[in-house]
Design a protein around this ligand. Structure first.
Ligand code: 13P
Length: 255
């Protein structure tokens, strides 16, 4: 059984004080809520304080990015050894990073290898643009992104990786994919690509999240889908009420 995950991507939001306050409130509200992996991914500078605040709780911490080298002349970057003991997860290849910071399939793959080698669980983001979607290129594009991101991994390693399908047109637009649309891509494209390249066992084990305008209203329908194992949440993860409601709904569905 794949354990459902509600992962909050806080993006470039929250000062240190605000982040600690939000983390504390989430910690209190989800205390005792079972059968859901809760993850928050704050900005880098917030991570040490948030990580300390959440120590011993059922909320894990993730980073939003990471460089593939351990150290060196890479101004502005953060490496795996710097994140050691602070995070369990790292989001890689988010479409905003691909779009605004020139991340490629190749760098996402390098980062994924560095993350796994460091003992982190990568949450690798894939997803098509509106234009690609309208041209009917979604399946081929997303499948290619999945293959590229997982190149060089063993089937055993792939089982522990997380893929987040986030159609770019659904991010921050209030226009989520329908639950069926999202499930089709998560199952028939992402999971199928994993099965084709790493075998059915890896495909059955890998967790696939959906991201893009998820909230406490649509999460039930999304989490009822068989091939969706969780959500990567943007805006709705910045408010205690909506994030916690999403965690509770997911927990109820997984009774
Ligand atoms: P929204 O939930 O704000 O659409 O953001 C989704 C996202 O990009 C999460 O990584």
């Amino acid at each position: 059984m794949r354990k459902p995950m509600m992962a909050g991507n806080w993006k470039m939001n929250k000062t240190i004080n605000e982040a600690v306050e939000l983390a504390r409130a989430i910690r209190q509200e989800v205390d005792g809520v079972a059968r859901v992996d809760c993850v928050v991914c704050p900005p880098f500078v917030d991570i040490p304080m948030v990580s300390a605040e959440l120590k011993g709780s059922n909320v894990a911490v993730g980073a939003q990015n990471m460089h593939w080298e351990a150290s060196g002349a890479f101004t502005g970057e953060i490496s795996a050894p710097m994140l050691k003991n602070l995070v369990e997860y790292v989001i890689l290849g988010h479409s905003e990073r691909r779009q605004y910071f020139a991340e490629t399939d190749e760098t996402v793959n390098k980062k994924a290898h560095a993350a796994v080698a460091a003992g982190f669980t990568p949450i690798i983001c894939v997803g098509e643009s509106l234009e690609q979607n309208e041209r009917g290129e979604t399946s081929a594009f997303v499948s290619g992104q999945v293959r590229a991101a997982l190149a060089g991994f063993t089937a055993e390693q792939v089982k522990a990786v997380i893929i987040a399908y986030e159609p770019i047109w659904a991010i921050g637009t209030g226009r989520a994919a329908t639950a069926e649309q999202a499930n089709d891509i998560c199952g028939d494209v992402v999971r199928k690509t994993v099965a084709d390249h790493f075998g059915q066992e890896a495909a059955d084990a890998i967790r696939i999240l959906y991201g893009g305008s998820t909230n406490d209203k649509n999460i039930r329908e999304i989490m009822e889908q068989p091939d969706i194992d969780g959500a990567l949440i943007g805006g709705a993860a910045l408010k205690v009420e909506s994030y916690v409601a999403m965690v509770r709904t997911t927990s109820e569905l997984n009774q």
